[in-house]
Design a protein around this ligand. Structure first.
Ligand code: NAD
Ligand code: UDP
Ligand code: UDP
Length: 321
């Protein structure tokens, strides 16, 4: 095996972020084991990697134990969009919690370094702005988002207890809204919804008054942050915010996408979902100083690439509806 080449497990590797991460790790000449149960992921996302002998795919649910031999683990397995994670909320919590226990048990047996894809949802509907890592959050433990938010919070607890109790090498990233090619066209997330609606000339569905904010990170920037965090000194455990600190309202996003697609779509108002956070934007001072990382892709550039991806997808025969 070449010097520096590692065997790396990516759970959720057939999903949106996971497939980009697998590609990135294969390009760096590592061996990649992609584990996925295809709940929201799909084989098309990793089709280009399948012929590569350094890439291996295993259909497996992380709620069950996994015995493999690897040097590093990126734990991404978990549905991420509200529609998907609320479809089977009990399974979402099981995936976050039992999945974390199994992957931490695996890391403990192998003494492998392990990365957790946590989320800005651990801050809930935040009462401080922008969100820093020491903010403890404002999560409703019994609402419809709780299966995801509390599952991810418990996973963070487990990571830090394995770190303290078993001296595991952990990396916890709190990921803010990320977009790009290979988002699922029907997952209900705002960027994919608006782009698909605009390309089809259908109404753009703004929930609430559209004044709620998010900060959107292009996928390539985020993956660079993952790799830097994994490569940082073992004292860098996180949790560390990874996201783009440029905040925009949902209404502004809709207008940008209409302009960039040249769409004739009209805006349509829909009720705001329960517990929808009003304002979200990362403070990335830690990522800047510790990882020397910050996003470089402007929203317009990233949106153009995402629009091109969905345009091709919607025109292809493989995608209907
Ligand atoms: P995604 O739904 O595209 O990918 C998740 C992948 O995990 C899918 O391939 C799915 O099939 C797989 N999966 C789900 N349950 C599983 C299980 N029990 N066993 C094995 N595989 C399972 O979502 P994504 O946007 O790529 O998100 C990846 C990770 O990043 C998730 O953990 C998510 O919580 C986190 N995250 C994403 C964002 C974002 O904006 N995309 C923001 C914050 C956190
Ligand atoms: N585990 C796994 N693969 C391994 C080692 C452990 O999937 O290579 C799972 C196993 O199901 C176990 C869990 O990880 O229940 C937690 O492991 P740990 O060693 O922390 O605890 P214990 O085995 O004592 O429950
Ligand atoms: N949203 C919207 N229209 C849509 C989809 C989402 O107005 O068609 C809003 C949603 O209410 C939220 C924001 O866009 O305020 C981001 O939603 P998303 O589901 O993408 O992510 P999250 O709420 O998890 O940040």
């Amino acid at each position: 095996m070449a010097l520096g080449r590692k065997r790396i497990l990516v759970t959720g590797g057939a999903g949106f972020l996971g497939s980009h991460l697998c590609e990135r790790l294969i390009a760096a000449e590592h061996d990649v084991l992609c584990v996925d149960n295809f709940f929201t992921g799909n084989k098309d996302n990793i089709a280009a990697l399948l012929p590569n002998p350094r890439f291996e795919l295993l259909r497996h649910d992380v709620c069950f134990p996994l015995y493999v031999e690897v040097d590093e683990i990126y734990n991404l397995a978990c549905p991420a969009s509200p529609i998907h994670y609320q479809h089977d909320p009990v399974q979402t919590t099981k995936t976050s919690v039992s999945g974390a226990i199994n992957m931490l048990g695996l890391a403990k047996r192998l003494r492998a370094k392990i990365f957790q894809a946590s989320t800005s949802e651990v801050y809930g509907d935040p009462s401080i702005h922008p969100q820093t890592e020491n903010y403890r959050g404002n999560v409703n433990p019994i609402g419809p988002r709780a299966c995801y938010d509390e599952g991810k919070r418990c996973a963070e607890t487990l990571f830090f207890d394995y770190y303290r109790q078993h001296k595991l090498r952990i990396r916890v990233a709190r990921i803010f809204n990320t977009y790009g090619p290979r988002m699922h066209p029907n997952d209900g997330r705002v960027v994919s919804n608006f782009v698909v609606q605009a390309l089809r000339g259908e109404p753009i569905t703004i929930y609430g008054d559209g004044e709620q904010t998010r900060a959107f990170c292009y996928v390539d920037d985020l993956i660079e942050g993952f790799v830097r965090l994994m490569g940082a000194a073992d004292t860098v455990t996180g949790p560390i915010n990874l996201g783009n600190p440029v905040e925009t309202t949902v209404g502004e996003l809709a207008h940008r996408i209409i302009d960039l697609t040249g769409s004739r779509s009209k805006i349509e108002r829909r009720p705001l979902p329960v517990d929808d956070p009003v304002q979200r934007c990362p403070d990335i001072s830690q990522a800047r100083s510790v990882l020397n990382w910050e996003p470089t892709v402007p929203l317009e550039t990233g949106l153009k690439k995402t629009i091109a991806y969905f345009d091709t997808l919607l025109r292809s025969n493989t995608y209907s509806q």
